[in-house]
Design a protein. Sequence first.
Lengths: 304, 252, 841
Amino acid sequence: MSDRKTLQVQRISGHPGPVAGAGMQREEQVCKLIDTTTCIGCKACEVACVEWNDMPFQPTMFDNTYQTMPDTHWNYWNLIKFNEVTNEDGTFQWLMRKHQCMHCADPGCLAACPADGAIVQYRNGIVDFQEENCIGCQFCVSGCPFNVPKFSPTTKKVYKCTLCSDRVGQGLEPACIKACPTGCLHFGTKSDMLMLAEKRVKQLQTVSGFKEAGTYDPQTIGGTSVVYVLHDASNPEKYGGLPKNPRIPLSFTIWKNWFKPIGLIASMMAFAGVILHYVTEGPRRPQPQPPVKEVDGGEGKKEN
Amino acid sequence: MATSSQRFDRSTNHFINRIGLTVVYVGELLRHRAYTRFLHWAYGIFFFLALLSGFGIYMPWIFRWFTPLFGGGAMTRMLHPWFGLGFVFFFGLQAFNWAAAMKWGQGDTRWMKRLRDYVTNRDTIEPPDVGFFNGGQKLMFWEIVGGSIAYVITGVIMWFPEIFGRIAVAISYVIHDISALIMLAGIFIHIYLSTIGEPGTMQAMTRGTVSEAWAWTHHPAWYKQVTGRDPAEALAEARRTQARSSGDQSNQ
Amino acid sequence: MTNGWVDIKNTDMMLIMGGNPAENHPCGFKWVIEAKRNRDAKIVVVDPRFTRTASVADQFLQIRAGSDIAFLGGLINYALANNRFNHEYLVNYTNAAFIVKEGFKLPEDGLYSGYDATARTYDKSTWNYEEVGAGAHASDTHSHAVQSSPVPPPTLPPNVAYDLSLQHPRCVFQLLKQQYSRYTPEMVERITGIPRERAIKAWETFTSIRQNGDMKKAGTIIYAVGWTQHSSGTQTIRTAAMIQLLLGNVGRAGGGVNALRGHSNIQGATDMAGIFDILPGYLKMPVPADTDLKTYLTRTTPKASKPKEWDSFNYWSNTPAFTVSLLKALYGDAATKENDFAFNWLPKIDRKYSWAEIWDDMYNGKVKAMMAFGMNGVMIGPNAKKNIEALKKADFLVVCEIYPDETSEFWRAPGTTPEEMAKINTTVYRLPGAGFAEKDGTFVNSARWLQWKWAAVPPPGDCRLDQEILARIFLKIRGKYQQEGGKLPDPILKASWNYTNPNNPSLAEVAKELNGKALADVTDPKTNTTIKADQQLPGFAFLRDDGSTMSGNWLYCGSWTEAGAMIQRRDPADPSGLGIHANWAWSWPMNRRVMYNRASCDLNGKPWDPDRKQIWWSEAKQKWAGNDVPDFKPDSDPKSHMGPFIMNPEGVGRLFVPIGAVADGPFPEHYEPTESLIANPLHPSQSNNPIAKRFKSDMDKYGTPDQGYNIICTTYRLTEHYHYWTKNNPMNVQLVPEPFVEIPAELADQMGLRGGEKVKVTSARADYIAKAMVTKRIKPMMVDGKKTYQIGIPIHWGYRGIAEDAGKTAKTPANYLSPAAIDPNAYTPEFKGFLVKLERV
């Protein structure tokens, strides 16, 4: 990840034509691996995120939990979700999951976004918001299956984790990875991270007795550039609402990609229709129509 | 029987009429008084503002050149709901204004059944039961009423997604679009019919008057109502007059 | 830590108890995770609360606060009964085979032999080894000693009787068995509230590394102040040490007894005599009976005490060299052979001057003034309200801080009326100190590494470095003594103060002084190397007792040598892969990363685990060699049978601690916390630690269940905050905005209490109000047949800070609640496991 090539644009929301430079480099997708089984909820990642992105502090409220705030915020992109879970077999778990943008391969936000260049997906998999192009419509909020993008009422723009595209572009790991003290966060190529995840999953299954341990890389959205290792992959919901099969709403896929142009064409058919009508049927004039005046050279004149 | 427009003339509408009273020349009939015309053009303008600003959001990869007209994407996004509200507000007033005139009747149903004849210009003049508005106009009116309600509900949901949630927005998004597409189709027909499709119509929304000929041709029942003359007879009379005058000309 | 942070990655098994490293030592916790990930190591967590550490554990056991010894005693019992120890290690590296003096009695009734009920002290003369051939006369010596007055302190016999078969009824091993046979799973369940099958499973898991005595694997015990802060705190830690000796885990990579120090430099403070009864380098403090240096050295220098056939390095025999070098560092040229190296200028302690005693003395009008540097005095001690009252009686108070703190504003503690404030005559001087990032210097971490740090930013405004403030005060006082004279002026007038800038000594100069230098040419006869006068010493082997060397702290000798500042090294290389990182900073003693590492080898000097070779005996070189620095006499042939625990006069590890080196008994015994819901199931008539100190002032009250104090309360810290500082930092306040009380969900249901509602916690001393955090992470437990609830309070808030100043919190310090009951060895107060009432507000 040591060059700027990883920050090549792959897709641009609402933009016509091909993406410049597409297909020029070998694809190397970056990936963040979050091993929830070794997360200790220390919030170093939260602090690193706030500090690196120079975000202002905000008052929080005690809410009967260790979780900093109920959900991510437009200026708080990285939040560890704490969940006290009593399992069906009576065992108790205190689950901690670092919640942030998942950087989907099929980003719902990007699919939903109507603003040219407001959301880009880099070839390395990072899905990044470009503040200057954001129009503040918040469709991305609805398009996201993970409820990640957050709207700022002050700036009227939407913000989320950038996977530290600024750092990654310079060959550095994201700030949260840098800050993680236990190494529960890893960063590298997607294939490497999946390999690491698989290794850990196997260890959890054989050594730690978590039979349902697994990797969370939901294929319903083409996989993600943020991958989780879970003690219980059969029930990701218990990790603070991680959807088992995240999906982009059909309105931002089928509707937006197919029915919208078709609908527009159908509407334009009305335009064509009236033109056709004028040509074939002609106008409907008040009756009686004035008689046709015979003028020399006019078509109405008959030669005698 | 007084039309609704006449009722408004007498009640709430003095202000507008004071600014520009409609001048009706001989051979013309008062079609839309100034208030009605004002409303029409007011929501007409807002409709196009909303439409054009909406285009940029609807399908930016084709229509992104619309957004600079409104000061860029963010401004477009900010203005669009206000344009929409402007449209809905003035159209709402018009809806009250026209509510009685737009009441659906038996004749409208019959008109709808004869739609094919209408489109193919089979009849020289409309059947005698076509009143102030024909069935097609009423249909469009009520479509806009329904569409406006849909706009407002879905628009507000999309305006404040944090309140209504992601699924509501996703559904609203589609309904809003469908509503817009129907209206877009409608506006083509509307403009066509009010300009080159039916010459003489435009004047009704500019000066507020139409020719008597226009009236007995397109809205015979209304003609009869405001003049007391039978439209068919009026037409026959006009034809006779026309034939006489053309004969005079040729004799000279 | 006997080992080090990085070394945890070498372990196969972890018992984390009395500590919450995931929350309070998150950076060091990476090594726990490494071991888990790379070695399939298991984690057993025992804690009163399900903590963030517990969330990554393989097993979690909820224990009643203050019953740790019972659980650990049960573990010893389990290990002994299931052959989970290695005979070779046990017999040769511990005092298991040593025979204990006749007359020694185990505490079946809660008391060891020699208890004096009126003085609440022990006569420790029977707590000793039997001398070879002296068995019959032992009691005679004792009775003789009693007649003469004063009683000379008991000493260890030079020639200890022993039984390698471990069968002698009075050998340490048999006594150990007898002592802990009482800690049956049933008894442990009654005391700790841990269901016996879960306890057995945990014991089985932890001791599984020593199945049938196989030495391949190693297990570590990790703890923090959750063990220390009890009236039997030292004994709890002793129990852990005994377990590790029994299992053969001490001295080994991935083993050891590992104390996690809470502050960034608490280890350094302890090394530098942050406690009243030691001098730098853990030399003993002189007492009034030490009339001259010789008397002092005779008292404090141990003599080897071991089986005749064995060898013992007895490193503390160098005490005279360490002491004289220290005196030379303190008083320079003024310390001469003729004046006993100015020994008599050292203060002598006539009684205890521990933390709680100082405040008690101030409360009783004996201490008139206080200088508080780098600590928030009224917040950190127990029974904080009494401390605030004490300050009201003082003449003056000097506080050096970086924030306005509760100590310097004790006069505005909650509940103080304007009339009361008007009556307070204490003058408060507030000095603007510099923060840690604003000054150079060292931190000594838990792994004993001295790591130099450089100032990151200059101190703001008028803030000054601590050393400058201290130096200016010192020089001012010295000036006054010079002008006006005074009582015993010499220690002040003649103190060595040879710094380039006397008003602001550079810490590099101080560090060099601590390392020490030769004052005359010094030659090591074995290696024939000579250190010339004025050269930095390469290590404490060069320290001399004749005044030819000086060193401010013998343990730090070697940290700043002629080769440069070892403490500034930053080479992360680790060729052995054992996490030794020998060229990263410097650890005492002599850069050894694992202490007692001789014990990582068998009797013949071969590593127990060939995959984790720390040191080994090189037959070819006739020397100990290794990846780590051998913590041993380098040329001691294994055949000479020198014990690996060179700091003990026995040379072996102490399962049995003789002659009262631990004041409350040679073996740890479970005593109930000072405030307890039950009578001790082991011996109800002697429920508490008989020699733990309680205070007697009118503000020192201790609650009982009869008075309605029916809930156990423990105090702790959060990841998100650092003591009483970070409540002044918006980022930390954002993470956890206000104080709370963790309450078991079941108890809350009974009270009709919901999370976020305010509760009042009342102890016999004061009350505390905060919001309730209702959680499933604390469960009710059955203790001695009674349903018992525990609650927890994080300590980080007071009456100054962002939320406090904004009026958003209740403003009471958590330590209003805790009792001043102190451990008889370390004098640590019982911050954990006291009794309270709980009500809705």
